[in-house]
Design a protein around this ligand. Structure first.
Ligand code: HEM
Length: 491
């Protein structure tokens, strides 16, 4: 494969390698002279921070694996041995365990940055989707890693999470047994989780490579959300952003080592220092803090859903769409609208009858099995909502059609997105509390806001939020200070 023309390096060794494999030319192009918007703020440090964190996790993980024993009878003790006998084993373990937390802190900030500045929008959709894939892989990896010390929370956390799959109709039980490698969480579960926990970070690293590759094709977004137009809008990545990223990484590391050395167990759960015991269930089974918002969404469903009524509502909304579009009365095909309403009506009737059958115990139409098909029970609703809350991020770029990227120039979107951050924290608190009393309705409201933001808010704002005037260029905005205020566009 021929590569394009390349400049010679002064250093003979580098030149020898590069003329055979132009890796230094590639680095120079992608990280040396790479044109980068000149107006990045500190939110743009988090990609680099995440790369460093991934490296730290892989190195400490491999070293821990040299001393860890993946066997249900020995795992807990092997971790204790790492903590007490292995030279600097305690340090390795604390770096790795707190590293998971700090990895998630960084990724949540990174995702929020992408949301706020509209980095998911055209032309960066694929880059964003690789990001969401990484996030899912990170969650799976962290979950399996937490099982490895084989403490009480490891065991019962695995029990709870794997049992989600049993909510899947018809094949749920089989899938759960297959995942666990038996009828309960046991040695087979531990060994497969260890194997996968070792493998996944390398898969993550591969997807990160695709993520950064996609980024270097489109170029970075920036806090103004406008495209780079001329060379004046950019700076070479090196030294400007190598130094800014290094500074960001160092500040982040200060907080991270602060936890490692001074509060290494604060982010974990005390019960995980009790060996796993299948006969004693902990009073409150709580996942790690970074899963809490999703755990709260899972538990927010204390009720099932009548599927036909839900479908009826969706069809009604679809039937009403023409009345809210720019179409004139003559352009609306009333016959089609009528038929659509009639179909919705049929679903409402089925929904009503199945509800009646369920509550009265009478079999009016289609027999008893009809009822089970018509309802999604609370557990399945929770599981669907939890997975849906992440899956929806995949389609976000295609739901948000507003032409402006950055929240700086979208006042409505800005408020909605900042509220989403608050909502995320509320969900996090709800996830940590027992699912009773005040926490149940609170988590339901918070879950509704989360879902509503994506399903209703984003499409609504795409259509109705006014388009404000944007600065002509990054350079102009930076030099003339026009980075925040904007003028309403005249019609
Ligand atoms: C291991 C995890 C990840 C690593 C190592 C990583 C790495 C990076 C790097 C190095 C950049 C360029 C620097 C920057 O803009 O901060 C970047 C940009 C970006 N990342 Fe990630 N990322 C990760 C996870 C994610 C996730 C989970 C998402 C979203 C769900 C995401 C979405 C984006 C987007 C949209 C950009 C472009 C930002 C812009 O140009 O404004 N990334 N990522």
């Amino acid at each position: 494969m021929a590569s394009g023309p390349r400049e010679k390096f002064d250093n003979n060794v580098i030149e020898w390698v590069d003329s055979r494999l132009p890796i230094f030319t590639m680095l120079q192009k992608e990280y040396g002279v790479f044109p980068t918007p000149k107006n990045f703020n500190y939110f743009w440090n988090f990609g680099a921070i995440l790369m460093i964190m991934l490296g730290i996790m892989i190195i400490t993980g491999i070293t821990l694996a040299m001393h860890y024993t993946a066997n249900a009878n020995l795992a807990f003790d092997s971790v204790e041995r790492i903590m007490r006998d292995v030279n600097y084993g305690w340090l390795l373990r604390y770096i790795h365990a707190n590293g998971a937390s700090f990895f998630f802190i960084a990724v949540y900030i990174h995702i929020f940055r992408g949301l706020y500045y509209g980095s998911y929008k055209q032309p960066r959709e694929l880059l964003w989707m690789f990001g969401v894939t990484i996030f899912l892989l990170m969650m799976a990896t962290a979950f399996m890693g937490y099982v490895l010390p084989w403490g009480q929370m490891s065991f019962w956390g695995a029990q709870v999470i794997t049992s989600f799959f049993s909510a899947i109709p018809l094949v749920g039980e089989e899938i759960t047994v297959w995942l666990r490698g038996g009828f309960s969480i046991d040695n087979a579960t531990l060994t497969r989780f260890f194997a996968l926990h070792y493998l996944m970070p390398f898969v993550i690293a591969a997807v990160v490579a695709l993520h950064v590759w996609a980024l270097h094709v489109t170029g970075s977004n920036n806090p103004l959300g406008i495209d780079v137009k001329t060379k004046q809008d950019t700076l070479p990545f090196n030294p400007y952003y190598t130094i800014k990223d290094s500074f960001g990484v160092l500040v982040f590391m200060l907080f991270y080592v602060g936890f490692v050395f001074f509060a290494p167990n604060v982010l974990g759960h005390a019960d995980n220092y009790i060996p796993a015991n299948p006969l004693v269930t902990p009073a409150h089974i709580v996942p790690e803090w970074y899963f809490l918002p999703f755990y709260a969404i899972l538990r927010a469903f204390t009720f099932g859903v009548n599927l036909p009524i839900l479908i009826g509502l969706a069809i009604t909304a679809f039937a009403m769409k023409p009345f809210f579009s720019n179409k004139t009365k003559e352009e609306i095909n009333l016959k089609t609208v009528g038929i659509t309403f009639a179909i919705a009506g049929i679903f409402f009737l089925i929904g009503y009858f199945s509800q009646y059958q369920l509550e009265s115990g009478e079999t009016m139409i289609l027999g008893g099995s009809f009822i089970s098909a018509a309802f999604i029970d609370a557990k399945l609703c929770g599981v669907l909502a939890m997975f849906g809350s992440i899956a929806i991020l995949f389609v976000l770029p295609f739901m948000d059609k507003h032409p402006v990227r950055s929240a700086r120039f979208r006042p409505w979107f800005r408020i909605a997105t900042l509220l989403l951050v608050l909502d995320f924290f509320v969900l996090m608190v709800c996830g940590a509390k027992p699912a009773e009393g005040f926490w149940v309705p609170l988590s339901q409201v918070a879950m509704l806001y989360y879902m509503g933001y994506f399903i209703i808010g984003i499409p609504f704002l795409s259509k109705f939020e006014p388009v404000l005037d944007l600065p002509d260029s990054i350079h102009q905005a930076v030099t003339q200070g026009k980075t925040k205020k904007s003028v309403k566009k005249k019609a």
